[in-house]
Structures are given as C-alpha cells and as structure tokens.
Design a binder for this molecule. Structure first.
Ligand code: ADP
Ligand code: MG
Length: 328
C-alpha cells in the first residue's frame, strides 16, 4: 500500500500548497468556525492546520489515514450529491506516505480529552496515544517529500512555495466568509481574518487579501435570473496594477478554473473595453447543485454544467451589462 499511496500522492500532493489545500478542505468539511494555518520554510519543514471542527473520534483516527477511507460518503447514491469538499478518502493517506504526519484530534467538548497518532512515510504507527486538544483537529505535516528525493527536487524557493500556499489560503478564505482564518509564515502573522458575512465585512476581507486598490476600483455586481445567481466584484480599468492572477471564480462556493467561465468573462471584458488590461474579479455563481458537477477531478478545479450554453450566456450578459454601465 505504501507504493500505491506514493503514486496516488503524485496526483494530490504536488507541493506544500496542495497539502495545505487538502488539510483546509478537511477542516471546512468538519464544520470549523476557525482555521489556523502555520507554515515553516515555505512548507518544506512544516505545514500545520488547526481547526475547531467536530473532531475525529478515537476509534476513527487510524481509519482517517487509511487509503479510500472517507467518512463523507457511504454509498454510490451519496456520490451523486456530494456537498463535502473531499470524498475520495485519499488525501491523508497520500500525504502521510511522503511526509511525517501527526494528527491530534478531539471529538468531545472536554478539552482534557484528545488523541494523537503519527505516520512516517509508511504504514501508520497504529499506536494511538492520549493528547489533550480542544474540540477539533490539528494536522501537522513535517519534512514533506523527505523520502521521495525526486519529488523534493521540484520544490522551489521558500518564497515561491509560500506564495503558492498563500494563494491556496486566499482562495479558501474568499470562499467562506463565515469562518475566521489565520495564516502564519515562520511564526509571523501574514493574514488574520475575522469572520463576517455582511457586504462591508466581505469588502474588508477582500481588501486584506487582494489589496485596497482592488476593492476601491471594483464594481459590485449582483444578478439573478431563474435559478442562476451571480454576485461579486469586477475590477475596473482604473485598477492600474491589475494582475492576471487576481481572478477568482466560485461555483457554489468552490473555486473553479473553467474554460467556459473564462471564455464568458474574457468576452464580456473584451467587448466593453480594456485593451491590454487583464480582467480582475472575485465572482460567485450559485446554482442548483443538480445541474452542475464540481467534482470532476480532484485537483483541476473544473466544473461540468448541464446546460453550459445557458450559463455562458448568463455570465456574459451579466458582466457585459455591469461593465458597460461602469463605463458611462
Ligand atoms: P476525504 O476528505 O476525501 O474523506 P481525507 O484523506 O482528506 O479524505 O480524510 C479522511 C477522513 O479523515 C475524512 O473523511 C474525515 O472523516 C477525517 N478527517 C480528516 N481531517 C479531518 C478534520 N480536520 N476534522 C475532522 N475529520 C477529519
Ligand atoms: Mg479531504
């Protein structure tokens, strides 16, 4: 199983940022209200995600690290309607096969309870020892790729790897305003984001994550047609430091990089203005979960709409309208 896990790890665990993403998704799935991420040396030395979610019961701890063990679906029918971010039961097994992983968790309100289990690049040490922890879970991933030198070679500088981690964090923090977030690098606070779902709170968070400049020159957009709802901020041409990577699109709360979506946005911008300017935006599309499949691939962030054409036209016309108005 170790080799199988390491092969699978190639798909899920590309670099510190992908580990961070998986751990954060688990924390979100656990219903956490507060998620703290600690990174050391760009993630090469340590990636730690601490949450206050429902925790893992002692008996389920070893299972959490086993391959294809997921608590999130129990039948094929469930697969049809997955709402959790993870459901393949692959991430922890894969990560633990290429790192030294420690999991501490408590599923009770009593903070003197809690359990700890470790795995080091191979079959997990089955010993579960007591370790007090407030309700919730802390997963620490140390020495990523310590046993796979070929993969370690592909890690970039500390700064580059942390940049990717921060980007993964940013996407998650932009998808859940009701959660409090903290990101530290080498013990220094990089982002500290209080929870809040009002328009003002959202704008504060976006300013913290993407810069005041973005939000000051962005236009708020909100449009609903039938079962489709689009909301968010589109950057305007006065936004001089527009960057190609300030493009965030969420479908039912999940970040998406999709050709159909990208095409609709690009066309709307191109039609209205902005020669030589990169579109910048933070947009949320919500629609009936039955008409979109967001679980096409574990890492590619693609979606499949049942009626792609309709979604494309809705996006294009909504953005076109808003951008045209902002010009006059
Ligand atoms: P998946 O998320 O696809 O189920 P993972 O390997 O990421 O698979 O996690 C395996 C299982 O471990 C999850 O199904 C869940 O039961 C448990 N788990 C992992 N992380 C947490 C967490 N932070 N809080 C609660 N349970 C967790
Ligand atoms: Mg998961």
């Amino acid at each position: 199983p170790r080799l199988a896990n390491q092969i699978a790890a190639g798909e899920v665990v590309e670099r510190p940022a992908s580990v961070t993403k998986e751990l954060i998704e688990n924390a979100i799935d656990a219903g956490s209200r507060r998620i703290e991420v600690d990174i050391d040396t760009g993630g090469a030395r340590l990636i730690r995600v601490r949450d206050d979610g429902r925790g893992i019961a002692e008996d389920d701890l070893p299972l959490a690290l086993a391959r294809h063990a997921t608590s999130k679906i129990s039948s094929l029918e469930d697969l049809e309607g997955v709402h959790s971010l993870g459901f393949r039961g692959e991430a922890l097994a894969s990560i633990s096969s290429v790192s030294r992983l420690e999991l501490v968790s408590n599923a009770h309100d009593d903070p003197t309870q809690g359990w700890r289990v470790v795995a080091e690049g191979r079959a997990m040490e089955s010993r579960v020892s007591p370790a007090p922890h407030p309700r919730g879970t802390t997963v620490s991933v140390r020495d990523l790729f310590f046993n796979t030198p070929a993969r370690r070679k592909f890690m970039r500088t500390e700064k580059t790897e942390f940049g990717h981690v921060e980007e993964a964090f940013r996407r998650q923090a932009l998808s859940r305003y009701d959660i409090a977030w903290v990101l530290r690098h080498n013990q220094k606070v990089v982002h500290q984001l209080p929870p809040g779902d009002t328009a003002a709170a959202r704008e504060r968070r976006i300013a913290a994550l993407l810069g005041k400049n973005f939000i000051e020159h962005a236009r708020y957009i909100e449009r609903e047609v039938g079962a489709l709802r689009l909301s968010g901020w589109v950057g305007l041409p006065t936004h001089s430091r527009a960057q190609a990577d300030q493009q965030y699109f969420f479908v039912n709360g999940r970040v998406v990089r999709d050709r159909l979506v990208a095409h609709a946005v690009r066309q709307a911008y191109r039609d209205v203005m902005f020669h030589g300017r990169q579109p910048v935006f933070v947009l949320y599309l919500d629609l009936d979960p039955d008409v979109v499949d967001v679980n096409v691939h574990p890492t590619k962030h693609e979606v499949r709409f049942r009626d792609g054409r309709m979604v494309h036209d809705f996006l294009f016309s909504s953005l076109h309208h808003s951008l045209a108005q902002s010009q006059s």
